[in-house]
Write a protein that binds this ligand. Structure first.
Ligand code: PLP
Length: 238
């Protein structure tokens, strides 16, 4: 099996190729190496290979893991943020990808105000309309955007989506295109810049790059399968 360093290199090369195919600059796409469930040693290996941006999806796990790693590692929160975890999450992450309801955005705004923080966020959109998925339905997002933009502590930088699980990368293309079109519509209707699009995972990140992703979230293709021996620390709940 190849090493984390080799797989990182391979993913970066695929991103560069997909960008070139779409006439984009490879530098416009950031790779978030999704390290959830993987131990600090695996993240060290990626850092040693020159990669510094990681994604975590559970606050309890991140609270234990992040302090074990060098300060040059940068962290994005890519999961579903629970209201009671906001206070702990705020100082750990430089971008929150999955803000998925107005109520959560309001809670985040309030806690950020108390903490003197200005979190950068992406709004998660459920463009496929799957009932089991988190995220704003596109029409709801259109209706609530004004209220979201009024939350003065939040820096809304763009949109995020998770495509439905599929065997073929090409199946994701229409959802990634839909996210880009929703972003374009919101930008022109509300006259705000929304430059970031977080879309694409191990199975479909090249298609996402072709459709305009500026952030791809790739775990398995870099760190391997998430196993039962996963890093699952127990942190206190508060
Ligand atoms: C786990 C996760 C990923 C990474 O998935 P892989 O298929 O392992 O690349 C990306 N995005 C989110 C939101 C995740 O929870």
């Amino acid at each position: 099996m190849s090493s984390i360093s080799e797989r990182l290199h391979d993913v970066k090369e695929k991103i560069a190729r997909a960008a070139a195919k779409a006439g984009r600059a490879a530098d416009d796409i950031e790779l978030v190496a999704v390290s959830k469930t993987h131990p600090p040693e695996a993240i060290h290996e990626a850092l040693d290979a020159g990669h510094a941006l990681f994604g975590e999806s559970r606050v309890q796990e991140a609270r234990v893991k992040i302090p074990l790693l060098p300060g040059r590692a940068r962290w994005h929160f890519i999961g579903h943020l629970q209201k009671n975890k906001i206070r702990h999450a705020l100082p750990l992450f430089e971008l929150f990808h999955g803000i998925d309801t107005l109520a959560l955005a309001q809670d985040l705004n309030r806690v950020a105000d108390e903490a003197g923080a200005h979190p950068r966020i992406l709004l998660e959109a459920n463009v496929a309309g799957e009932s089991t998925k988190f995220g704003f339905k596109p029409d709801v997002l259109q209706k609530q955007m004004e209220e979201l933009l009024a939350l003065d502590r939040l820096q809304i930088e763009g949109l995020m989506t998770i495509a439905p699980l599929a065997a073929e990368p090409e199946s994701s293309r229409k959802f990634f295109a839909a996210l880009r079109e929703l972003r374009d519509a919101l930008q022109s209707k509300f006259r705000v810049p929304l430059p970031r699009l977080s879309m694409g995972m191990s199975g479909d990140f090249e298609v996402a790059v072709e459709e305009g992703a500026t952030l791809v979230r790739v775990g398995t293709a870099i760190f391997g399968a998430r196993s039962s021996k996963a890093f699952r620390p127990v942190a206190s709940e508060d």
